[in-house]
Write a protein that binds this ligand. Structure first.
Ligand code: NAG
Length: 477
């Protein structure tokens, strides 16, 4: 039988297994033709040039013949066994100049330069995850992978002194502790591979919450989005997912979760149930925990709440853009309604770029606003009714000598008559009334308290209600 500490350990181990692997795409390998300005690896009598002022580390796997090679001031070749260069094998006829591309500007925070997978195995097999821009760049709990048989150069500059991640793999070696990794960064290879104002800090324990962890890149979103060029969208109501740089056509499903929700299990479920279906084959699905700033009554900022965001995008264009994604969103909602209690989903709603959304979700906030408005109306109405009834009973209304509205002074004077069964109070201080003539006439009622919006006098409660319209009530009639 498992004791509690064992169970806790098991839970932690499961949680830690949820970390995502993010792999840096570009390399500085000699054999990668995209690294050469002519689009092919130099051969025979080509004259190879590396920019003199650049630092670069170059991975070489086989033997290459070149006629001439200009090397950078600071650089290295990482030669695997059997790799090397032979000079002059292509004859003495001078060949074309082939230049190695400039890789200086490739930045860590460029979301296009990363690919993500749930496991190291998925990474190798090319089963990549789709994510919003903020999460395309390594999150603080992620394992960063530089391809095993590769050299690279990455600019880490950012507005933060350090970039936290869980681990970093370079040339097949995985670093998990800061001390070990900083020793590597000090080595010749380390200095050529990583540059820029920030440095990587390791040792974050990984995400221990099975319901997922926020990425932690929100502070760098501006920097990340600086690398993204948004294409124009054609749908009616484009959506902007949390953590994304661009408006998109498609749908966003939002889940409120309770203990028992497991992000990775749920991701697998969606993959198996839906993404295998023919109509949904082309769908890009990104699921993560995000913090959404919410607005109370649409005006006051409320404490941001963590929720699960599922971004769905299809490859459709024109008027069909986002429609397949919307169909999937409806299916996911149906699934959440029927199986939600087993999955730890308390609530699910969706928004689509066609303008439609789940009635449940949109009804909740609107309902709250309407409820509040009705509440206020009922209270105000109740007060009015009380005031109205009070006057109905207290005054013989028809016997008022002057009823014509514009003449306030005559109305006020009618209260001075004092023969109507006690002190009379009109109750409302109406700004339409001509006060200067009133104040001397009724000094007791319009004294210092007049400035207050509500004041108590012996004779009753006074409101200053600009919305009040005398002509609509009939206690003067
Ligand atoms: C060559 O480099 C490009 C871009 O840097 C990369 O996408 C591609 O995977 C690389 N090719 C190989 C064989 O690694």
């Amino acid at each position: 039988m498992l004791k509690i500490p064992d169970v806790l350990f098991l839970l932690c181990a499961l949680g830690a297994a949820d970390a995502v692997y993010k792999q840096w795409i570009p390399d500085t390998n000699y054999e990668n033709e995209t690294n050469w300005d002519k689009g092919s690896v130099p051969i025979g009598n080509d004259r190879v040039q590396f920019s003199a002022s650049r630092k670069v580390s170059v991975y070489v796997e086989t033997v290459h013949s070149v006629q001439e090679m200009r090397l950078p001031v600071d650089g290295e070749f990482i030669l695997t066994s059997g790799a090397g260069f032979s000079v002059g094998a292509g004859g003495y006829k001078p060949g074309a100049v082939v230049k190695f591309k400039d890789v200086e500007s490739l930045q860590w925070f460029d979301p296009a330069l990363w690919q993500a997978a749930s496991t190291a195995d998925d990474l190798e097999k090319g089963r990549f995850l789709f994510s919003v821009h903020e999460e395309s760049v390594p999150c603080r709990y992620d394992n960063v992978v530089f391809k095993a048989h590769s050299s690279f150069r990455v600019d880490l500059s950012s507005n933060r002194p350090s970039v936290p991640v869980q681990s970093v793999s370079v040339l097949g070696k995985t670093f998990r502790s800061n001390s070990e990794f900083s020793r590597y960064l000090g080595s010749p290879s380390g200095r050529l591979q990583f540059h820029g104002s920030s440095s990587i800090s390791l040792g974050s324990s990984g995400c221990s919450d099975v319901s997922g962890c926020e990425c932690g890149n929100a502070a760098s979103l501006e920097k990340i989005c600086g690398h993204v060029e948004c294409s124009s969208v054609t749908c009616k109501k484009p959506l902007r997912p949390v953590g994304h740089c661009c408006d998109v056509c498609g749908a966003i499903v939002t889940l409120q979760y309770v203990p028992g929700f497991n992000l990775e299990t749920y991701r697998q479920r969606l993959m198996h149930i839906f993404l295998g279906l023919t109509p949904y084959k082309s769908i890009q699905l990104g699921i993560s925990k995000v913090e959404k700033s919410r607005w109370f009554l649409g005006v006051f900022p409320r404490q941001g709440a963590a929720e699960i965001q599922i971004v769905l995008m299809d490859g459709e264009t024109g008027h069909k853009a986002g429609m397949v994604a919307e169909a999937l969103a409806r299916d996911i909602l149906k699934d959440a309604q029927s199986a939600g209690s087993n999955l730890g989903i308390a609530e699910a709603e969706f928004q689509a770029s066609s303008g439609s959304s789940s009635s449940h979700g949109s009804g909740r906030d609107t309902g709250m606003v309407l409820g509040t408005i009705f509440g206020v109306l009922i209270v105000v109405g109740g007060v009015f009714l009380l005031v109205f009834l009070y006057y109905r009973g207290a005054i013989k209304v028809p016997s008022l000598p002057t009823i014509t509205m514009p003449s306030l002074s005559s109305l006020k004077r009618s209260s001075e008559i004092g023969d109507l069964g006690g002190p009379m109070d009109h109750g409302f201080d109406n700004p339409m009334f001509d006060k200067p003539t009133v104040i001397p006439a009724v000094p007791g009622l319009y004294g210092a308290e007049n400035a207050n919006s509500i004041s108590l006098t012996q004779s009753g409660v006074h409101f200053v209600n600009p919305a009040y319209d005398d002509s609509e009530t009939d206690f003067n009639a």
